[in-house]
Design a protein around this ligand. Structure first.
Ligand code: FES
Ligand SMILES: [Fe+2]
Length: 402
């Protein structure tokens, strides 16, 4: 039996996170380092909300299937013959071996490697070879095919993203994502196609990525990609150019002033993301809690799905989407590469420190080490920059204490 959030953290620590931002304290170190706290997050947060798990391009064709882990449980994602994406518990109905251990392409069925029970892509039991001595294993009537399908899990697709909600009680995905739709002013995200998919592991807690949903760190952590504080801050008003916006599961850093420098600054020949006639063009990094980042800029979408593996280990599943054939056409390659240089660094390496993503990861890994210290229990938030961070930590506590 794992303890409650109140027992693990203590009421005073929870109350300190709950205070108004000026007086609040951030989550203490053990929220980032403790295995018990990580299990609590899996059970009370990840299983009860929509977790981003993959992109539709990860299983592009019927019969493509992927073994994944959601809230610590093994799940299969599969694209059916009817081109629907479904999720099943990756647990054999015979004696609970994992049915799928490797990604597969164009499969006609899902077959358990232990005694070869097999299901069609809709999860219906097709065969249990020689279970009753007969070839199909189903002739003597020991097994009821209708009740021995793979156990389904609640799965939804929103544009390029695949989500799973294990407890089945989350609101419909459209409702969950509505703040993104609203914040993006009708941007046609569906006009984009995938150009690049890459997974990078980092040795830090999954929350570091959400705690990073602020522009305060840009000039220092991302030098020389960012070089001036005025890229992000209006020195006259002392307000950032981007407003922290929180709506439901979504927090965003929406460019809020026409006077703001363009973001990002470079020009390219890449086609722009379409907006409805008359709608104001919006750029915004959106974070759909708990783990999906959808950063929409003028000509592309950069996305990360963070998969929490352990208290101190996560994977960033990254994808970049461009408008129409700009995702693949060689004439746009230079524009795409400019974008990848910025995000992934010229090295394109998870171990380097030359792009926005690996620069962030190096900081998170250093935080992860420092979080073991008793001195890491007294962290605080800037009321000017870090409203999102405070919001996220409060939403996490809402789930954990509910
Ligand atoms: S455990 Fe899967 S067929 Fe026996
Ligand atoms: Fe960053």
């Amino acid at each position: 039996m794992i303890r409650t959030a109140e027992e693990i953290l203590g009421d005073e620590v929870i109350a300190a996170v709950r205070r108004p931002i000026e007086a609040a304290r951030g989550l203490p170190g053990l929220a980032y380092t403790s295995e018990e706290f990580f299990q609590l997050e899996q059970r009370k947060y990840f299983a009860r909300t929509w977790m981003g798990v993959a992109y539709t391009c990860d299983i592009p064709d019927p019969g493509d299937a992927l073994p994944i882990t959601v809230a610590g449980l093994p799940i299969i994602l599969v694209r059916t013959q009817k081109n629907e994406i479904k999720a099943f518990h990756n647990v054999c109905r015979h004696r609970a071996a994992m049915v799928l251990t490797e990604p597969c392409k164009n499969a006609k069925q899902l077959q358990c490697p232990y005694h070869a029970w097999a299901w069609d892509l809709d999860g219906k039991l097709r065969a249990a070879p020689y279970f009753d001595g007969s070839k199909s294993g189903l002739e003597e009537g020991y097994l009821d095919r209708d009740t021995l399908g793979l156990v389904s899990a609640n799965c939804a697709v929103w544009h390029h993203w695949i989500f799973v909600n294990l407890d089945g009680n989350a609101p419909p995905i459209e409702e969950h994502m509505q703040p993104v739709t609203d914040l993006m002013n009708g941007a046609d995200l569906g006009a984009t196609q995938v150009a690049e998919r890459v997974d990078w592991e980092f040795q830090a807690n999954w929350k570091m990525s959400n705690d990073n949903w602020e522009n305060y760190h840009h000039m220092w952590a991302h030098y020389p990609i960012y070089t001036k504080v005025t890229d992000d801050l209006d020195l006259k008003t002392r307000k950032p150019w981007s407003a922290s916006v929180q709506q439901g599961a979504v927090m965003s850093l929406k460019r809020n002033s026409k006077k703001a420098p363009p973001y990002p600054k470079r020009e390219s020949n890449l086609p722009m993301i379409p907006f409805p006639d008359g709608a104001e063009r919006v750029t915004a990094p959106n974070l759909v809690l708990p783990n999906v980042e959808i950063t929409v800029v003028r000509d592309n979408i950069g996305s990360v799905i963070i998969e929490p593996l352990a208290p101190d280990q996560s994977v960033a599943r990254m994808a970049f989407f461009f408008v129409g054939d700009a995702a693949t056409d060689p004439k746009y390659e230079a524009g795409r590469n400019m974008n990848f240089d910025r995000w992934l660094g010229k090295s394109r390496s998870p171990a380097a420190r030359d792009g926005l993503r690996n620069q962030d990861m190096r900081i998170w890994e250093s935080q992860q080490l420092a979080r073991r210290s008793p001195a890491a229990d007294e962290v605080r938030f800037s009321p000017v920059w870090e409203e999102n961070v405070h919001y996220f930590q409060n939403q996490l506590l809402d789930y954990l204490t509910a």
